[in-house]
Design a binder for this molecule. Structure first.
Ligand code: TRP
Length: 461
């Protein structure tokens, strides 16, 4: 039925369009997008708040049946169209409204970037504080008041965010292969090195077992629909899917890149990093008798206290925040690349102009979450300040809805023949089973699951 001639041939690379230079570069840059504050800040605090192992299992399951298929879909669409997220839909489904899916994605990219750069700003501030020693205290009151005074100071909140934005814009301005790929490739090994050292330190503390039990021994009694939605939102956020980042990155893949194998490697490595972050954090938290459920502040209040009392902790702490900053850099680069690729690809702007305009837009939108602890703290939408609102709106609504539409588009509109062509590199790869399994997932399982979890999580069903 499905003849190969009916498929959209992979677009040849338009002249002057940048690409990832090597296969390793593709994996590293894609992994660099996935690994970020999601692993070091979000995963531990959500695991802490949601009771530990049961949440970890839900997150891994969602990653397998939702995050991974959506990632493969995005890479396939992007590489076939060789275009930014919006042009990809315009090329693959001309004269239709499908482009609105990635139109919403570009908006998500802005919302995520605006709070992401703020958290990154705190991390940057904490590198300096850890070196100076001003957050070294065994008393949570001291570290907690250090954090409050940072977030309630509008000037510091904005300045740190701007420093982060300038750093990211600088790398983006250098381009895809010379900027993103080169920087992430250089920093990734450093990240793994520091993470392993911190894990070993944490695991060798007396009482570490309690933390491991929390992380790996599940208790499903407290799981609700909202917990599952949070776990699914995390799986979207973690793999940077559901809003076009991976379409954009897929468009820089070479035509012989094995898409499913790449996605599986990235997914496994990313889950591993999350678990390692959990292993770095929870044994230490429990060993010193702290509460795992501190919430978003876990990284900024509990962790400095834990490091302060831990042998060698004071030396390790600056490195730990450097690690978080490195991880966040690769992720933030991929977020920033979405609007830049769109402005260059769809409007023919120069990369430089696109970088500057995106920077200006991010400075403006970024003020809303940046000032959530100070000047805009009293403004609440649905009971949330801008920071929490943007986080919730993207992870619990926009990305799942985006992922749902991406699956429906790939499975039902683009169709099996095109999926097969993309996943086999136009017949070069012998991976029928993978193609079959993926087609079943993307057509039926994944969209149904996303829909049910979304509706149940929002208490609509
Ligand atoms: N995955 C990154 C993290 O875990 C965050 C991120 C980067 C992201 N690009 C994204 C999230 C695109 C959603 C969409 O920190």
């Amino acid at each position: 039925m499905s003849s190969v001639s009916a498929t959209t041939k992979t677009t040849s690379v338009p002249k002057g369009r940048d690409m990832f230079a090597s296969k390793l570069g593709v994996i590293v840059a894609t992994l660099g997008s996935a690994v970020g504050l999601g692993n070091i800040w979000k995963f531990p605090y959500l695991t802490g708040v949601n009771g530990g192992a049961a949440f970890v299992i839900l997150y891994i399951l969602c990653t397998l049946v939702v995050g991974l298929p959506v990632m493969i879909t995005e890479h396939s669409l992007g590489r076939t169209a060789r275009a930014d997220a919006i042009q990809t839909f315009k090329k693959l489904a001309p004269n239709s409204a499908w482009w609105l899916v990635s139109g919403a994605g570009v908006i998500s990219a802005f919302l995520i970037s605006s709070f992401y750069t703020e958290v990154m700003g705190w991390v940057f501030a904490y590198i300096a504080k850890a070196i100076k020693g001003s957050i070294l205290s065994s008393s949570p009151e001291v570290t907690s008041s250090a954090f409050s005074s940072l977030i309630s100071d509008p000037v510091q909140s904005l300045v740190y965010q701007w420093i982060v934005l300038a750093w990211i814009a600088l790398i983006i301005g250098l381009g895809v292969s010379k900027g993103i790929e080169r920087v992430v490739k250089a920093l990734m090994p450093v990240l793994f090195g520091i993470l392993l050292v911190v894990c070993i330190r944490s695991l060798t503390l007396p009482g570490a077992v309690e933390g491991l039990r929390f992380l790996f021994k599940p208790d499903f009694s407290k799981v609700t629909g909202a917990t599952v939605l949070t776990a699914m939102g995390l799986s979207f956020f973690k793999l940077s899917v559901g809003m076009g980042t991976m379409i954009t990155y897929g468009s820089y893949f070479h035509k012989d890149q094995d898409i499913p194998a790449t996605a599986v490697r990235v997914m496994l490595s990313d889950v591993l990093v999350s678990l390692l972050c959990g292993i770095a954090i929870f044994p230490a938290v429990f060993a010193f008798g702290f509460e795992p459920g501190a919430g978003p502040e876990l990284l900024f209040i509990t962790i400095p206290t834990v490091f302060s009392v831990m042998p060698f902790g004071r030396v390790l702490m600056p490195f730990f925040f450097v690690l978080a900053f490195i991880a966040a850099t690769g992720a933030m680069l991929s977020l920033y690349e979405v609007p830049v690729a769109y402005l260059v690809g769809s409007h023919g702007w120069s990369r430089k102009k696109a970088t500057w305009v995106t920077l200006a837009a991010l400075v403006v939108v970024g003020t809303l979450p940046a000032l959530s602890g100070s000047l805009t703290a009293h403004i609440k939408v649905m009971g949330m300040n801008f920071f929490d609102l943007f986080d919730w709106l993207t992870s619990s609504i926009l990305m799942p809805v985006g992922g749902l539409f991406l699956c429906v588009f790939a499975g039902w509109r683009w169709g099996s023949a095109n999926i097969k062509a993309a996943l086999t590199n136009d017949g070069a790869l012998r991976n029928e089973k993978v193609v079959q399994a993926f087609t079943g997932l993307v057509k039926f399982v994944t969209p149904m699951l996303v829909l049910v979890i979304l509706l149940a999580g929002l208490k609509i069903i």
